[in-house]
Design a protein around this ligand. Sequence first.
Ligand SMILES: [Ca+2]
Ligand SMILES: [Ca+2]
Ligand SMILES: [Ca+2]
Length: 352
Amino acid sequence: MKVDFTAGFEGRAPVSGLGVLIVGVAILFLSSPVSAGEKKIVYELKQGDHWEIYSMNTDGTDAKRLTHTQADNRAPNWSPDGSRIVFVSERDGYKQIYLMDEDGSHQTNLSRSHGQDYNPMWSPDGRHLAFVSDRDGNQEIYSAAADGSHLNRLTQSEARDYSPNWSPDGTKIAFVSRRDDNYEIYTMDADGGHPVNLTQNPAEDGRGFHSWSPDGTLIAWGTDRDMNRDGNWEIYLMNADGSKPRNITRTKSDEQMGMLVWSPDGRQIVFTTTRDGNNEIYVMNRDGSGAKNLSRNPAMDAQPVWSPDGKRIAFVSNRDGLEDLYVMDLNGDHPQRLTSGGSGVGAPRWQP
Ligand SMILES: [Ca+2]
Ligand SMILES: [Ca+2]
Ligand SMILES: [Ca+2]
């Protein structure tokens, strides 16, 4: 009999007894210090006409509301050490980058502009944030230290520059721009130097998503460059310097693909696709082989994120009528609903 101690440990209230104590101690020894202990999921929940940010345990217990404004608070994401949460708040009348501690305390406006500031991304060391702002007239990428100091404009083009993504070693930022008249993926140094067009193709590259592999050697992205071949979007992979672009999905179905997330060990990619007639969550090996439908449900299944141990996936679905948050095993088994009662839910992020 296969027993998943980790799921049992995280998913149930503590039970007294020597056996449980021994198992608990064994788990503490078997786990890395980072993954030991109870993790949380942070997410956005729509209440009435606006969104607030909540956190809860990964079994759905102990849901806590962290923001209390009558304006939208959205897109939460954990600092790499799991102690703070960045999010986008409209409490000041326009989108601003806010930070708070894990328990919702010390909510502060980091971006402090009169433009729209959004899409905050933590640097891997947690010391900086990159984000998008239109404060200077069009979309540019900025960075700031996590205390709001050292604001730095990183891009300088009349076109849209957006979707910043730090390389895992923190030295570069990948982003999408239309500066060369169509959507391309670029990288630049973390201080904005040396922008390089990696894709150089008349198709729309990275308009939907792009993502570094955890080891920093590869970038996966969505593109329609095969429209003339079979008329649909594909996921491509290239080396981090732009060399060797290759189509790893190679499907013929007329599908929409939404989101792409690497597994923590970098061996697999989870993505969403409509290839089976409705939005489903798929996993594949990083060379595109072994593609498998995990959600297997005629309802909308979207916004997948991996647990830090790579064993489970949190996602959003309306399979029970309303949008709710779910977790399932990596093979798609044991889907469990975690939320209920909101008029919308999104942006789940697992605590590192
Ligand atoms: Ca620009
Ligand atoms: Ca292009
Ligand atoms: Ca589905």
